[in-house]
Design a binder for this molecule. Structure first.
Ligand SMILES: NC(=O)c1ccc[n+]([C@@H]2O[C@H](COP(=O)([O-])OP(=O)(O)OC[C@H]3O[C@@H](n4cnc5c(N)ncnc54)[C@H](O)[C@@H]3O)[C@@H](O)[C@H]2O)c1
Length: 360
């Protein structure tokens, strides 16, 4: 496009054309430099590293070991959580055998492919890493004070650290432990991928990508893929390929608060909590209305318990803080439940009560 404007004796068109050429040259030089800087990511994933063996991490581990036939090294800093997750994964696999989805032999083969460890250095030789540690660590402090007139039981449980310290430290460490061509994916529900990429060295940022699995991973079909600003197309293609090898279907979202699923789902859950808080309906009627009225498998409060109320609150807070739009303000009742330690199924109590299965 050229502009013919004469300002006195100056031919603006000429200056414009010269500037456009110079600009194109700069863009060309930058893309050549970037291409030279970034190497392509490892193509074949034989061994997958998963960091965090909680409900998502273990779901990813089991799915990769069964559907993807990958060897999986699952790292969790908490030995008890790891043991519990391993038992859970065996239960998931046993139920898949019962449902005829896999054979008993496939179950045994999948279990044999899973290694659990507390040592992050075990990821030294993996081909791909998926991080699934919590977004927001909760420090639960219970204080019992015995006074002369009787017991006063105080529970202080509202110290919420609103930072991403755990994930940051994992990315910093794992990017140094693993080889440079290894993709580092995050299962984050809400932290911007471009921010996560900033936690690793510049020459590795093109290999950081969001890989947002849905809960429960072995059952849910979708994985949201979220490329950050610096994620290369090569990385994005390889993340999609791994998701497909795990039997999943993918959708792609821009790196924006909540991505697609949580941007829509969390305000829906939050509104259901407001309806409960305002006494408009009972929790049973809220769930029944949405389940039968909109033909979804479960109502919003049951779903929130399933996801984890801490996770729901954190995502809602992230949406609110990143947009400053009052429509995302977390419902006070959701905050109270989290402060009470009623986090849903995983703690045995959320909007409903649950029996926690004891490991044999
Ligand atoms: N729960 C959901 O429905 C859901 C869905 C999609 C994505 N996510 C995301 O997945 C991630 C994990 O969520 P979750 O529900 O599995 O949490 P979770 O609490 O069930 O599991 C997290 C695990 O990480 C471990 N961990 C903590 N610090 C660690 C460290 N430094 N090194 C190794 N392991 C560590 C914990 O011991 C725990 O077992 C979060 O980012 C969450 O937002 C959750």
């Amino acid at each position: 496009m050229c502009y013919f404007i004469k300002i006195g004796r100056i031919n603006v068109e000429m200056y414009y054309c010269l500037f456009a050429r110079y600009f194109k040259w700069i863009v060309f030089r930058r893309s050549v430099a970037e291409a030279a800087m970034s190497t392509s990511a490892r193509s074949t994933v034989n061994t997958l590293g998963v960091v965090g063996g909680g409900q998502m991490g273990m779901g990813i581990t089991v799915t990769a070991a069964t559907q993807g036939k990958k060897k999986v090294i699952c790292v969790d800093s908490n030995a008890a959580a790891l043991q519990k997750s391993l038992e859970n994964s065996k239960r998931i696999l046993a139920s898949q055998v019962t449902k005829g989805k896999i054979t008993a032999q496939e179950k045994e083969e999948a279990i044999a492919r899973i290694v659990t460890t507390q040592d992050l250095n075990s990821l030294k030789d993996v081909d791909f890493v998926i991080e699934a540690v919590p977004e927001d660590p909760f420090f639960f402090i219970c204080l019992n004070i015995h006074l002369f007139y009787g017991w006063i039981k105080m529970t202080i449980n509202n110290k919420i650290q609103k930072n991403e310290k755990v994930k940051k430290s994992i990315f910093e460490q794992v990017s140094k432990i693993t080889q440079n061509d290894v993709i580092l994916a995050s299962n984050t529900s809400s932290i911007p991928i471009t921010r996560i990429a900033s936690w690793v060295s510049e020459d590795r940022r093109d290999k950081v990508c969001g890989m947002h699995f849905m809960n429960p991973v072995p059952v849910m079909q979708l994985v949201e893929i979220i490329p950050g600003l610096q994620t290369s197309n090569d990385t994005k293609a390889k993340v999609i390929a791994l998701a497909e090898q795990m039997g999943k279907t993918t959708s792609v979202s821009r790196d924006d608060a909540g991505f697609i699923a949580n941007r829509i789902l969390m305000p829906y859950i939050n509104e259901a909590v407001f309806v409960l808080q305002e006494g408009i309906a009972t929790k049973e009627d809220i769930d029944k209305t949405m389940k039968l009225g909109t033909n979804v498998p479960m109502g919003p409060l049951t779903l929130a318990d399933f996801i984890g109320l801490d996770t729901c609150l954190f995502i809602q807070q992230t949406l609110y803080e990143s947009t400053k739009d009052s429509k995302y303000k977390p419902a006070p009742l959701l905050q109270r439940y989290v402060e009470a330690g009623w986090l849903g199924r995983k703690t045995g109590r959320g909007f409903y009560n649950y029996e926690i299965k004891k490991d044999k």
